[in-house]
Design a protein around this ligand. Structure first.
Ligand code: NDP
Length: 330
């Protein structure tokens, strides 16, 4: 299939926001490849999602070594599509990858040693068929490896030209500050922190966003739809083929059931605002001044289109924010 990118892709609704105090700008909505691009997925739809995203101004695609399933297959499959359809646009794209979770057997297949992180990056680059990624993240803190070693590995990746920027993910506030300080000393400033953030999980507001704002580090919110719970996906039960229905999905049916009363109330507010719950939930993450971009997943082009509607979301009134807070507090 020949893909011709939409010539109007930068004249639409997408805003590009500066990532902390760095020179890097990210689209307010970015696309994640955790699910929907693995060997078990319909790659025709996956390809169409990538086309639609880029046509809508989404210039940031987020990967990790372990995305699939099986682990690695998202980078491999999307890497092939990127090569076939996007090679003329490499300089318009911010491609990220990460290392931290289990990838291969033995003592060097996960966590944060220099050995693991740099080997993993080489493997990611081979799967993606690229010379470099734009952002390389340490995916999760390692309680046993000295932080200097993990941050040193990020610095080496940048110094070798295999990554343009360094990032951290899932680091709690205090450790994030230590990592950010170390990276600064090493001459490789941390540009971004990738953290879970949604109406149903506000942990970053408890210290982390203050650190990131003070230090001039951007924040990209992952699972902003709480893996689909903050959409109409589960309003009438658990549909076949949904993430909560899949064996390999990370969303448990019990999680959906536990959150359903809140989801129903939030959906009512979204309706009053004249939009879908998905659009409201995404706009709400972007309302936080520390958030640079909100990182969505989509299993179809139709879902992605619904999520892009967040760019037209009306501003939140004080009353709406108070009502939302009271729903979230239960
Ligand atoms: P979301 O919270 O956006 O959930 C995405 C899922 O929700 C979709 O796959 C789909 O699931 C459903 N969905 C999305 N849009 C709609 C819609 N409009 N209507 C109905 N259902 C919808 O994000 P993810 O949990 O997928 O995470 C996004 C990205 O964040 C990942 O791809 C990854 O890049 C990153 N991430 C990073 C982590 C880290 O540790 N750093 C951890 C997790 C994610 P369905 O299959 O049911 O259709």
């Amino acid at each position: 299939m020949n893909y011709e990118a939409d010539e109007d892709r930068y004249n639409g609704r997408m805003n590009y926001k500066r990532c902390g105090r760095s020179g890097l700008k990210l689209p307010e909505i970015s696309l994640g490849f955790w699910h929907n691009f693995g060997d078990m997925d319909d790659l025709t739809e996956s390809r169409a999602i990538m086309h639609r995203a880029f046509d809508a101004g989404i210039t940031h695609f987020d990967f990790a070594n372990n995305y699939g399933p099986p682990p690695g297959s998202a980078e491999k499959n999307a890497g092939e599509i990127l090569k076939q359809d996007f090679s003329a646009h490499r300089d318009e794209l911010i491609i990220s990858s990460k290392a931290g979770y289990l990838m291969w057997d033995g003592p060097y297949g996960e966590w944060g040693s220099r050995k693991y992180m740099l080997s993993s990056l080489d493997q990611s680059l081979a799967r993606l068929q690229m010379d470099y990624v734009d952002i390389f993240y340490h995916h999760r803190p390692d309680p046993d490896t000295p932080l200097e070693e993990s941050m040193g590995a990020l610095t080496t990746a940048v110094n070798r030209g295999k990554a343009l920027y360094a990032g951290i993910s899932n680091y709690p506030a205090e450790l994030a500050l230590e990592a950010i300080s170390l990276l600064k000393e090493m001459g490789t400033p941390c540009v971004i922190h990738q953290a879970r953030y949604s109406l149903l999980d506000r942990w970053i507001e408890d210290g982390l966003t203050d650190v990131l704002t003070d230090e001039g580090v951007g924040c990209i919110a992952f699972s902003p739809l709480a893996q689909g719970m903050l959409t109409d996906r589960y309003l009438d039960g658990i549909p076949e083929g949904s993430r909560a229905d899949k064996e390999h999905g990370f969303l448990q049916k019990t999680q959906v059931e536990q959150q359903m009363s809140k989801i129903i109330l939030l959906n009512k507010i979204a309706k009053q605002r004249g939009e879908s719950l998905a659009a409201m939930a995404l706009a709400w993450t972007l309302y936080h001044p520390a958030v640079t971009s909100t990182l969505v997943g989509a299993s179809s082009v139709a879902q992605l289109d619904k999520n892009l509607a967040a760019l037209n979301s009306p501003a939140f009134s004080d009353d709406e924010l108070v009502e939302i807070d009271s729903i979230l507090k239960g």
